[in-house]
Structures are given as structure tokens and as C-alpha cells.
Design a protein around this ligand. Structure first.
Ligand SMILES: Nc1ncnc2c1ncn2[C@@H]1O[C@H](COP(=O)(O)OP(=O)(O)O)[C@@H](O)[C@H]1O
Ligand SMILES: [Mg+2]
Length: 238
């Protein structure tokens, strides 16, 4: 019996013979947020892709809401409440904002209540998406596209939201909007947030727990309230 939205137990992942993620264990409860920090190439994206089912785990267990999904396919995990905001946003440039959001609903099709129109909470959290419904995603600013990517993950009402470097390449004013949105998503939708970041101030403003990855391993972890962001900076620099 588990009260965690997500728990990893000794999860490893590899490309062929090359293991890049080594025995990662962590957990996030509903409504909580944890951040994984680490410089480029340490295995953060590979770990997230393994959690969502886009890359196989070489060993360990991935447990969603108490159920082992280590062998489950990505769409099964999406239906079970995993929302994924990939690095680089992954929006479809030639589709409109609304069409991109509708694609997010495809994960629920085939289930009673699945499909249909984009739920209103997405536009309440990101009003800019309402204003820009008909605009092609390729014409959005970086910050707008990031909000679209998060909005698309929210249309299925996930219980766990996983974000891979959402502040990468966006302006500071939008970074604050995204931090505010994540606070609402946690508090009002009771979603657990698992964030990968390199921007320390943002990580500290979003999550109460942090993990630092280096060489595919967690080398440090703690509570953001108990430690200054500067205390981990040396682990993020080359
Ligand atoms: N598709 C791939 N095939 C082989 N190696 C890869 C692939 N993707 C990433 N890697 C390697 O795995 C390691 C971790 O990459 P990644 O998970 O993208 O790290 P991060 O997200 O922390 O920058 C790096 O050494 C990278 O070169
Ligand atoms: Mg990455």
C-alpha cells in the first residue's frame, strides 16, 4: 500500500550496453513537487522517458499510485494519470493551439468519458491559450509554446505531471507565470509534480524536495526549505 503518486525503486536504464541511469529511487506524494537537478548529459531525460514508458527500464520498479507499471506501455501509463511535458516542448508547429490541446485528449480515447472537448481548467490555468486558440503553434513565443505543452499534458487530468526543463530558453516573466501555474496545478488539482531543471531559482520556487543527478546517479538530495540553492551549485558545474 502506497500513498505516493509515483515511486521509483532502483530504476536503471541503458542504451545498448551503455548504462546511463543507475539505480534511482525517489517518490512524490499527491500535491507535492520534487525537482531533479543536474547538468547536461547526466541522464535526466532518459530517466523521465523511462518513467513515462518511452524507454525501457533495465532494472528496478516504477510504481504509480501503488501499482507496478514497469512493464506497461506509455499509453497505458498516460491513461493511468501520467502527463508528460517533454524537453523542447514537442508541440506541433503546423497545428493550432486548440488542435494541439485536442491531441492531448487522444490518450483517453477508447475509455468512457475520453475524447471530447478541451476541459475549461486548462484555459483557466493558462488564459493565454484561450486568447490564442486559433493561432498556429509555430507562431507562438517560447513561453507561449511552453504553456501550450503543459496545457496539453493537463487536458487528460493527470495525477502526476512530469516536466523536462520547462524554463529552457524562455523569458523570466514567463518563468514566473509557469511557477505560479504549477502551484495552482498542485494545490487545486492535487497533482504530483516531478520536474527536471537546471535553473536553480525556479527549482527552489516550485519544489519542496530536490535530487541532484551526476553520472546517472543521485548524489545528493534534501528539502529546499532546509538548504540554500547555492549549496548544490558546485554539483551542477563542470
Ligand atoms: N538515443 C540515445 N542513444 C544513445 N545514447 C543516448 C541517447 N540519448 C541520450 N544518450 C546519452 O545518454 C546520456 C544521458 O542523456 P540524457 O538522458 O539526455 O541526459 P540529460 O537529460 O541529463 O542531459 C548522455 O551521455 C547521452 O549522450
Ligand atoms: Mg535532458
Amino acid at each position: 500500500m502506497s500513498s505516493n503518486a509515483i515511486a521509483l525503486e532502483g530504476v536503471s536504464a541503458a542504451y545498448g550496453q551503455s548504462r546511463v541511469v543507475h539505480s534511482i529511487s525517489l517518490a512524490v506524494a499527491p500535491g507535492d513537487a520534487a525537482t531533479i537537478l543536474g547538468r547536461n548529459g547526466v541522464g535526466k531525460t532518459t530517466l523521465l522517458r523511462t518513467i513515462v514508458g518511452l524507454h525501457p527500464a533495465a532494472s528496478g520498479r516504477i510504481v504509480l499510485d501503488g501499482d507496478d507499471v514497469t512493464e506497461a506501455r506509455a499509453f497505458t501509463r498516460a491513461r493511468r494519470g501520467v502527463g508528460y511535458v517533454p524537453q523542447g516542448r514537442g508541440v506541433f508547429q503546423h497545428l493550432t493551439v486548440e488542435e494541439n490541446l485536442e491531441l492531448g485528449l487522444a490518450a483517453l480515447r477508447g475509455r468512457p468519458g475520453g475524447g471530447g472537448t478541451v476541459p475549461g481548467h486548462v484555459f483557466e490555468i493558462f488564459p493565454v491559450l484561450d486568447r490564442l486558440r486559433g493561432r498556429k503553434a509555430g507562431l507562438l513565443s517560447g513561453g507561449e509554446a511552453q504553456q501550450l505543452s503543459i496545457g496539453r499534458a493537463l487536458v487528460t487530468r493527470p495525477r502526476l505531471l512530469i516536466l523536462d526543463e520547462p524554463t529552457e530558453g524562455i523569458q523570466p516573466s514567463v518563468v514566473q507565470q509557469i511557477a505560479d501555474a504549477l502551484a495552482v496545478i498542485r494545490r487545486e488539482l492535487k497533482v504530483a509534480v516531478l520536474l527536471v531543471e537546471q535553473y536553480l531559482a525556479f527549482a527552489w520556487s516550485v519544489g519542496e524536495r530536490f535530487y541532484v543527478m551526476r553520472g546517472g546517479r543521485i548524489v545528493m538530495q534534501g528539502e529546499t526549505a532546509a538548504q540554500a540553492p547555492e549549496s548544490v551549485a558546485h554539483l551542477l558545474n563542470i
